[in-house]
Every structure is written in C-alpha cells, then in structure tokens.
Write a new protein. Structure first.
Length: 318
C-alpha cells in the first residue's frame, strides 16, 4: 500500500489527500495511484458518483485540496500496488540502484530488461518495486521514461513540485540527457545532428513502431563520436526532443543502427554480435544535467556502464 493514508469506509475505501498533491486534478491523482486500473473504469466511476470527494460528486478535472477525503467503491481491482514476490524484489533491490537521492529527487541506474512500470503484460516495473520497497515515500512519480531494453539514469520525483519543475525543464530543453550507444559501422566525424520528423505506427501484427516520416513530429538528436573500433563506433547521443525510440530510429535512419536493437537494428548483425557477447541493446542513459532550482546548484548525475558492456568495449579496444 502506498504511504497515502487509506482507510475503510463501509464496503469501500477512503483516501486522504496529502499536502504535496494539493492542486492536482482528481483523475490524475487516481491514475497515478491506481496504475493497474483501466482509465475508462476510473472515469466511469467518477461520472456515476461512485468516487466522491468529501462525499460530494465532482468532475474528473476537480482540483484537490490537502486533507480532503476521496471515497472509493469496494472494487477488488482497485489495488494500489501489485504483489511482487520476494525473489523478484531481491533481484531488483532498489537500494542497489540509487545513484543520487535528496528530499525531492531520486535518480536510479535502471538495469536493462526492467520496465519502468507495469502494464502491457508486465505485472511490475521500477515504480511498483519502489512503492513496495520504499513505503516511507508518500509520492513517487516518473519524471521521464526509458525503454525496457535501455539502462541508465532514471529520474523519479519524490515531490510534486519537483515533478512539475523537471517537466517544465524538459519542455524548455534545459534538462540535458546523454546516452552512450554502440552503433554499426564507422560513424562520420562530420555528422553531429540528425533532424528527422518521427511518427508512430502499428504494423499488421499489431506491434508499435516509430518511423521517419514527413508527417511526423519534429525530432532532433545531437551525436558525438566517442571512439571508433574496427566495425563499430561508440557515440554519445543527446536528444533535443523527447520522442519515443528517437535515438534508435535516428541512428538506424543514417545507416548506423544501434547494436543489439531487435526492433530497428540489423538481424544478421545482431546475431554476429551475440556471438561476441552482446546480449542486449547497447543503449545506456549515462548522464543527466538538472538545472538550478531555487538557489540550489545545477546537478549532474552519471551512471556507469554495466559489466557486460564494459567487458565488450575492452575486447574491442584490445
């Protein structure tokens, strides 16, 4: 159970609105708290008056005040935190992933293969594990997302004020994120920026993809060559915009797909590199630069590469 105060009320539950959630919309509050409840169900319950604030019917856009009581119906599916077995919790001990923590921000070194949240067939992710293992935190929300296959810096807000600040910094391109990637071929020194619009689509098998398309959203990635090897290049990518799969699609579009990318990469190349010891996508969020806030100094947090990727680079450089 989250640290938000919840108590029984007849056949349902009552949630007390904590101070850090004041001003938040009712629908966003509920969607953030009940991650595994369908959005359509929550909206229907609000419309029917089965979810109330201080016993009054309200609209989904109603702005909450600290101390208000939210009445919920007795629905078994309204479970704030899914069960996560002890073996999984031990394997993904959040304490071992912490790169930085203060009163309002947490930065984790997310391992490859771990989703940031449950859904789409996954029963848990970083957020669910965090809520289970850090019950002392009344508020935890993702500042941004990382693909399940991508490792590295993942920012999580511990206060709503920090969440809003970082979202604004992202919109104003004041928050810098850098990624290390190993790509196929020799990356040209002259290529520094890829600016190609990106569009989401669903293929015939129902899988979601992103492609370069004139009708897509403007997307810009800055690239820096870090090191060249015989048949590959280590690059540092800085996404200026934050589109889904942006670095992966831009790299593949200029004929330098990220090695280990099963979605946008070269299948034959990936098979060859698996024999060399690369069994994951070589994309790592290595650094975040957070701007100054309320007199505090700018903050830079770095995440080291995992042992598998370090060993691969050492073999390539030998």
């Amino acid at each position: 159970m989250s640290a938000i105060n919840a108590s029984g009320c007849g056949s349902g539950k009552v949630l007390a609105v904590p101070g850090e959630r004041e001003g938040q919309r009712l629908d966003n509050f509920l969607l953030g708290f009940f991650k595994h409840v369908p959005r359509s169900l929550l909206y229907r319950l609000i419309r029917q008056g089965r979810i109330r604030v201080d016993r009054k019917r309200v609209r989904p856009a109603f702005r909450l005040e600290a101390g208000q009581m939210i009445q919920l119906p007795a629905i078994q599916d309204l479970a704030p935190v899914p069960a996560v077995n002890e073996k999984v919790q031990y394997k993904h001990d959040i304490r071992r992933l912490i790169l930085y923590e203060d009163a309002s921000l947490l930065v984790l070194n997310k391992p490859a293969g771990l989703a940031v949240h449950g859904g789409s067939g996954l029963s848990f992710g970083v957020i669910e594990l965090l809520r289970r293992q850090r019950a002392d935190l009344p508020f935890v929300e993702l500042v941004h997302r990382l693909d399940r296959e991508t490792s590295g810096c993942l920012m999580i807000a511990k206060r709503r004020s920090m969440l809003l600040f970082l979202h604004q910094a992202l919109r104003q391109q004041q928050l810098v994120k850098r990624y290390q990637a190993l790509v196929a071929g020799t990356w040209p020194k002259r290529r520094h920026t890829v600016s190609c619009p990106l569009e989401k689509y669903v293929n015939r098998a129902g899988q979601r993809f992103v492609k370069v398309s004139a009708g897509g959203k403007p997307s810009v990635t800055r690239f820096t060559l870090a090191q060249r090897f015989r048949e590959s290049s280590l690059i540092v990518a800085q996404p200026v915009t934050g589109r889904t799969h942006q670095i992966r699609v831009h790299s593949a579009h200029v004929q330098h797909p990220i090695l280990g990318d099963e979605k946008y990469g070269d299948p034959e190349l990936n098979r060859r590199w698996r024999r060399l010891g690369l069994h994951r996508l070589f994309l790592h969020a290595c650094e975040v630069e957070i701007p100054q806030r309320h007199g505090s100094r700018p903050l830079t947090v770095r995440a080291p590469l995992d042992d598998q990727l370090v060993a691969l680079l050492e073999r390539l450089a030998a």
